[in-house]
Design a protein around this ligand. Structure first.
Ligand SMILES: NC(=O)c1ccc[n+]([C@@H]2O[C@H](COP(=O)([O-])OP(=O)(O)OC[C@H]3O[C@@H](n4cnc5c(N)ncnc54)[C@H](O)[C@@H]3O)[C@@H](O)[C@H]2O)c1
Length: 420
């Protein structure tokens, strides 16, 4: 990682680039350059050994111009204010590009869930929820899973918030267990959206899906579902990785076996996985493989000024948020590598979160088939719109996505006018 990396600078750069093409003045975009609210909290927890530890947490609402803030909760040792700010802003533009009625928010706790017992994780979740409770709610700010959190964590958030309110509040959080009003298809939604997007870009570029090689970095919720669905679509998944490193097999990996090995909780690590003909590689080597499609699905800043010139893939689909640093974009562009930006490619998760919230507040439930069909009905036209504007303005797909998103956010802000 480069030392000067600040993901919020990445956000400001693309917003400024898009605003310049849209002919907006700095005054037009001034308000969206700053998060509306930043809350920092201390989360004291009695650990299993009886000692008290205090964890640092954040909830940031970047924008509520188009609707309630929406965005995940990250549990990771590297969580910091600038990262959460950037993740919150990306949510604003993601919701705008797929045109769902939300703003953007994000939260995080500095902790390593792999080193915590279930009781400790639940205690952190409950105390953190209590600390951010004044800001969240179905009409205000609706959290969801992100790196290190999952459906179980969302269930604890829903329960904690409901206990504080004195009644059951399903719509305060999405990505919940099905038993608590979670949407069928939400768990797979981000990966499914990445699959739709990957097929869409390949079609535009005249590439065959069947047999084409793809490498996926990260085998968490997003990466594992993406690998599974692309494998089912006939692509040859030659490499995957997790925090422990990667594995590579030129003929294509046995994805169903790998998913079985990783398990539901994905506690098993790929460093200990074995398959005939495969070799272990590092995460850095995975990114630099000579493959047709590369899908970073782990963390931000994976492709940066230091390794961008070594990327050999023809297409990079950003399943993670911010996996390509701003300085790497022009390098990839100069190598004619097509990048499908995060705010479009991984929007499937927030789209189905929106479906979950709609079902919760109306007390209705849709079938998984309905959810998946509705998801496709949003992802495909959103891709088409970004592709078309990028062609028309002769820009990258990232700039194209921001042209659509920034315009929608600025128009909403203008329509409301600056209060008072
Ligand atoms: N979960 C969602 O619905 C969702 C939606 C949109 C975007 N995203 C983004 O997708 C990315 C992955 O999220 P997730 O929910 O799958 O998280 P997750 O916690 O389920 O999985 C993260 C994966 O990344 C791996 N990893 C962690 N640190 C790593 C490192 N330093 N190098 C390589 N791999 C590493 C982990 O081992 C794991 O396989 C994040 O950028 C997240 O913000 C998630």
């Amino acid at each position: 990682m480069s030392n000067t990396y600040n993901p919020y600078d990445n956000v400001l750069k693309v917003v400024n680039d898009a605003a310049a093409i849209l002919g907006y003045t700095q005054s037009d975009i001034e308000a969206i350059k700053y998060p509306e609210r930043e809350l920092k909290v201390s989360v004291p927890v009695v650990m299993d050994n009886g000692e008290t530890r205090v964890f640092e947490g954040y909830r940031i609402q970047h924008s509520t111009s188009r609707g309630p803030a929406k965005g995940g909760i990250r549990f990771h040792p590297d969580v910091n204010l600038d990262e959460v700010k950037a993740l919150a802003a990306w949510m604003t533009f993601k919701c705008a590009v797929v045109n769902i009625p939300y703003g953007g928010g994000k939260g995080g706790v500095v902790c390593n869930p792999n080193e915590l017992s279930e009781r400790e994780l639940r205690a952190i979740t409950r105390r953190f929820t209590a600390a951010i409770a004044p800001l969240i709610g179905p009409d205000q700010d609706i959290p969801a899973p992100d790196v290190g959190s999952n459906a179980a964590v969302m269930g604890w958030i829903m329960d904690t918030y409901s206990m504080l309110k004195g009644h059951c509040v399903h719509g305060v959080v999405t990505g919940k267990p099905i038993e608590l009003g979670g949407a069928l298809g939400r768990n797979e939604a981000t990966g499914r959206g990445v699959m739709f997007t990957t097929k869409n870009i390949m079609k535009k570029l005249g590439m065959e899906v069947e047999g084409t090689d793809v490498a996926v970095q990260g085998m968490g919720n997003v990466g594992s579902i993406t690998a599974k669905l692309l494998h089912e679509e006939g692509m040859k998944v030659v490499a995957v990785s997790d925090v422990s490193g990667g594995i590579y097999k030129k003929e294509g990996l046995n994805i169903p076996e790998i998913l079985k090995y990783l398990g539901e909780d994905r506690k098993n690590l790929l460093k200990d996985y074995k398959e005939e003909g495969m070799v272990h590689i590092s995460n850095e080597e995975l990114l630099e493989l000579d493959v047709t499609v590369l899908i970073p699905a782990a963390l931000e800043n994976q492709i940066n000024g230091q390794n961008a010139d070594k990327i050999k893939a023809k297409v990079v689909v950003e399943a993670a948020n911010g996996p390509i640093a701003a300085e790497a974009d022009p390098i990839l562009e100069s190598k004619n590598i097509v990048v499908v930006p995060d705010i479009l490619a991984n929007a499937g998760g927030v789209v189905v979160s929106y479906f979950e919230w709609v079902q919760n507040i109306q007390s209705v439930s849709w079938t998984e088939e309905e959810v998946n069909a509705k998801l496709k009905n949003i992802m495909d036209p959103s891709f088409e719109a970004v592709w078309n504007i990028a062609q028309e303005k002769k820009t990258t797909l990232r700039t194209g996505a921001y042209l659509i998103a920034v315009e929608r956010v600025v128009k909403a802000k203008k329509a409301r006018a600056i209060w008072p």
